[in-house]
Design a protein around this ligand. Structure first.
Ligand code: PEP
Ligand code: MN
Length: 338
């Protein structure tokens, strides 16, 4: 940590800061310039209370140097981590495409969806049984029945399933139904109790970026999961809220290389909730793969016009299949494959 003293700080005030640094088990490094005194605190800066330092007389400001996140930081595993989902690697040369409807509706819809997902060449399937809806009067998902429909449909094609956990009280049910990947939705990215609980299980977790979350908040949310012992975390960029209203969210393509540089964990992209319209999904998916995404989470419905949720952004089976073909070519051009 670096502590910058005010210009008029007295030697006694400097000494008070030094004594505080020592009392926390760190060492001070004083740099006295003609105008300013700067104190470096050497050691584990987590032992220092930044707020306490900043209210000490004579202190102008204190700044942390070390990153707040440790386990998810790239330094922990510089070569990168591959998260294994029932034998399928996320984070290696293979790009995993996860397709499926926004929500689980009926057994027939899920059967048709699973068939289309497999036929398109996707390796995993998505579908929400518990839906975070803006309106309490909108369809909230089928709940446990939805998990049953989903498992039944996906099993036939040996597709691992990805589904959202909204409430910590449902975690046991998710484990019992052998959900392969637990999705933490954008609205729950900072539900710290939920993050702590999924940190205690060993299922892979897709951590979506919050609607207005900074990169640093997103990384700290992942650190919550990792701190509990679960290091199988997959970041998912799904668009952020900005001043722009012409589309649902702005896909932050920049976040892909940034997250990959900051962490050793894989990053996938959800182009559907970013653009909010089916016609934007191919362009955004192509950009994501070109920018280094390790996978995509794409909404597809057997008959989009009939979808109970997010009908506007769902691809149909044919559109998903042709998109995967295009993405394959992009993947190959950058030394990867689908
Ligand atoms: C979803 O993937 O079903 C979903 C609700 O996404 P998000 O949390 O990103 O809005
Ligand atoms: Mn959706």
């Amino acid at each position: 940590m670096i502590i910058v003293m005010q210009r008029q700080a007295t030697p006694e005030q400097v000494d008070t800061v030094v004594q505080y640094i020592r009392s926390c088990g760190l060492q001070e490094h004083l740099s006295r310039g003609a105008e300013l005194t700067i104190i470096g605190a050497i050691g584990d800066e987590n032992k220092l209370d930044l707020a306490h330092l900043e209210i000490l007389p004579g202190v102008e400001r204190a700044t942390r140097i070390a990153k707040q996140y440790k386990i998810v930081a790239r330094d922990t595993n510089p070569q990168g981590t591959i998260v294994n989902v029932r034998g399928l690697p996320i984070g290696g040369p293979q790009i995993q495409i996860i397709g499926g409807p926004c929500s689980v509706e009926t057994q027939e819809q899920m059967d048709l969806a699973a068939e289309a997902v497999a036929a398109a060449g996707c390796s995993m399937m998505r579908g929400g049984a518990f839906k975070p809806r803006t309106s309490p009067y909108a369809f909230q998902g089928l709940g446990v029945t939805g998990l049953e429909y989903f498992q039944k449909a996906a099993k036939r094609h040996n597709l691992p399933i990805v589904t959202e956990l909204m409430d910590v009280r449902m975690l046991d049910t998710f484990m019992k139904h052998d959900v392969d990947v637990i999705q933490i939705g954008a609205r729950n990215m900072q539900n710290f109790d939920l993050l702590k609980e999924v940190g205690r299980v060993n299922k892979p977790v897709i951590l979506k970026r919050g609607l207005s979350a900074t990169i640093s908040e997103w990384l700290m949310a992942a650190e919550y999961i990792a701190a509990g012992g679960n290091h199988n975390i997959i970041f998912c960029e799904r668009g952020i809220r900005t001043f722009e209203t012409a589309y649902r969210n702005v896909l932050d393509v920049t976040a892909i290389p940034v997250i990959k540089r900051e962490t050793h964990l894989p990053v996938i992209v959800d182009p559907s909730h970013a653009g909010g319209k089916a016609w934007m999904v191919p362009a955004l998916s192509q950009a994501a793969v070109a920018a280094g995404a390790d996978g995509l989470l794409i909404e597809m419905h057997p008959n989009p016009a009939d979808a109970w949720c997010d009908a506007d952004q769902a691809l149909n089976p044919g559109e998903l299949k042709s998109l995967v073909t295009t993405l394959s070519a992009i993947a190959q051009a950058i030394g990867r494959h689908i």
